[in-house]
Ligand binder design. Structure first.
Ligand code: 5RP
Length: 214
């Protein structure tokens, strides 16, 4: 089994949580790319909102009903990938630069389900945290945050500049609070356990189900 196979296995397991009549938030990334055909294949009567143009296009092409987020104020369920999953449920997201929209959708969902291959669980969050910054005052925001490296990628669909914060990740709650308090920072890729309900981790053909929040 390859990592790609595991992404598919986790994604396919998650569609069991979706029922007809639900409003579904769709994440972004290579794991979500496996979710979309699995969801479309169930032929349920569902309404979806996508967190990126990429996901919206793929979902629509597969026949899923994709609404504008202006038409929806909550979700029964949202399903998305992650870059790192800590044992206590803290996530790092935003490898695909979609974390701001993904967080709005996850927060508006009654149930947020994370799908992942076996490379995503970590003993402790490490590396860097994706950030989205306003163009306005960018130099001042970068000076304030001190250790953000901008990515050479297109702006977010909302016009934000994408970068990565490098620093101490040993206290995710404290770092999340510090980043959230920085003017000019639109949002960051730290997702708290309070936002996460289920984590499905594929290990070969088996799926580990971690319940983070009931
Ligand atoms: C996009 C994300 C993705 O969910 C995260 O980067 C995982 O991506 P992939 O499924 O391709 O490994 O947060 O902003």
């Amino acid at each position: 089994m390859t990592i790609e196979d595991e992404k598919r296995v986790a994604a396919e397991a998650s569609v069991a949580f979706v029922e007809s009549g639900m409003t579904v938030g769709l994440g972004t990334g290579s794991t979500v790319a496996y979710l979309l055909p699995a969801l479309a294949g169930r032929q349920l009567d569902i309404r979806c909102v996508a967190t990126s143009p990429r996901t919206a296009q793929a979902a629509t092409a597969l026949g899923l009903r994709v609404l504008d987020f202006r038409e929806v104020d909550r979700f029964d369920i949202a399903i998305d990938g992650a870059d790192q999953i800590a044992p206590d449920g803290w996530l790092i997201k935003g490898g695909g630069a979609a974390h701001t929209r993904e967080k709005v959708v996850a927060n508006a969902a009654d149930r947020f389900v994370v799908i992942a291959d076996s490379s995503k669980p970590v003993d402790a969050l490490h590396g860097s945290v994706p950030v989205e910054l306003m163009e306005y005052g960018l130099a001042a925001t970068l000076r304030e945050l001190a250790s953000v490296v901008l990515r050479d990628v297109p702006r977010s669909p909302d016009g934000g500049v994408i970068g990565d914060y490098h620093g101490d990740l040993s206290d995710p709650a404290a770092l999340a609070a510090r980043l959230s308090a920085a003017p000019g920072l639109v949002d960051h890729g730290l997702f708290p356990p309070s936002m996460v309900h289920d984590v499905l981790i594929a290990r070969g053909v088996d799926v580990e189900h971690r319940v983070i929040r009931a």
